[in-house]
Design a protein around this ligand. Structure first.
Ligand SMILES: Cc1cc2nc3c(=O)[nH]c(=O)nc-3n(C[C@H](O)[C@H](O)[C@H](O)COP(=O)(O)OP(=O)(O)OC[C@H]3O[C@@H](n4cnc5c(N)ncnc54)[C@H](O)[C@@H]3O)c2cc1C
Length: 269
């Protein structure tokens, strides 16, 4: 793999910083997490994404990536898919501790709580690596100041794909920093579609049938009270948006707060 020195003075430095890989964790043969250094000047809002990737033969191969780390953490974390023939991830999956990755200087994105109207319950609906932006949102104390309750749903094909489950269920609620805020307010609702588990099925179906709300002991989704963020595959986004629109929810974006927000995590080519 082509690892550039941290001090590289290449033209890439205008748009990217070279960050050193500190840790790589392979959840499955399709999913991994990279933790890397964070430049002092890199500021972002929880829920945003940035261009991230590798320098290959002097050229950047970069893709959009949500920060899975919160904006107050000293290091950056990215939760990634491995696409066999993918220009970036076929290479990125082989990075090792000490290698360099490129991180863009301009984070952006709509999945921030500032783009939502006030509400009581915040629903964070993720499929696959769409979980990444919500990892930073659930670690943000402001999330719990703005919302009385936070529901994080994560739907994957298999149980092993439910990355971060242990952190969400055990480590975050018992952390010194956020445990007290998180324990009474964060509800985690994982489901899988291709094997047996305590909850099976697509989140769209689980919401449409009312089962998700029943399981969680919550009333049906209602615009007067609930706010929603969506991140994941295109079908989930399309179907859930339709379900929300049918109930009167209005989509928001940067500068125009709404009842729900969308980010497309799976770039369709
Ligand atoms: C706003 C935004 C945020 C994103 N955040 C993340 C993130 O945090 N983590 C992440 O892994 N990816 C994320 N992506 C997707 C990411 O930008 C790349 O597409 C992905 O890293 C694969 O790059 P690639 O060059 O290997 O393959 P590409 O040529 O980019 O993709 C090849 C094909 O693989 C499929 N694919 C791509 N990404 C995914 C994915 N994440 N899950 C399932 N199928 C996929 C699609 O069908 C795509 O057409 C995000 C995309 C957008 C637009």
């Amino acid at each position: 793999m082509n690892a550039s020195p941290i001090s590289s003075s290449s033209a890439l430095s205008a748009k990217y910083t070279f960050e050193r890989v500190l840790d790589v964790h392979h959840w499955t043969d399709r999913l991994f997490t990279i933790r890397c250094t964070r430049s002092g000047g890199f500021r972002f809002a929880n829920g945003q994404f940035v261009m991230m990737g590798l320098e290959v033969a002097g050229q950047p191969i970069v893709r959009a990536y949500s920060m899975a780390s919160a904006n107050y953490e000293e290091t950056l974390e990215f939760f990634s898919i491995k696409v066999e023939q993918g220009p970036l991830t076929s290479r990125l999956q082989h990075v090792k501790v000490g290698d360099s990755i490129l991180v863009g200087k301009r984070p952006t994105g709509t999945l921030t709580i500032s783009n939502l109207r006030p509400g009581n319950t915040l629903w964070l609906l993720a499929t696959g690596t769409g979980l990444a932006p919500f990892m930073s949102v659930i670690k943000d104390p402001e999330t719990y100041e703005r919302f009385e309750r936070v529901v994080l749903t994560h739907t994957c094909r298999n149980v092993d794909d439910l990355a971060y489950a242990r952190f969400i269920e055990h480590e975050l609620p018992s952390s010194d920093l956020l445990g007290e805020l998180v324990r009474p307010r964060l509800l985690y609702y994982p489901s899988v579609t291709r094997e047996s588990f305590r909850t099976t099925g697509r989140i769209t179906d689980l919401l449409a049938s009312g089962r998700a709300c029943t399981d969680l002991g919550l009333p049906p989704l209602d615009r007067s009270r609930d706010r929603v963020m969506l991140c994941g595959n295109p079908e989930m986004l399309k179907e859930t948006s339709a379900l929300l629109e049918a109930r009167g929810f209005e989509e928001g974006n940067s500068g125009e707060p709404g009842d729900y927000l969308i980010e497309k995590a799976f770039a369709a080519k």
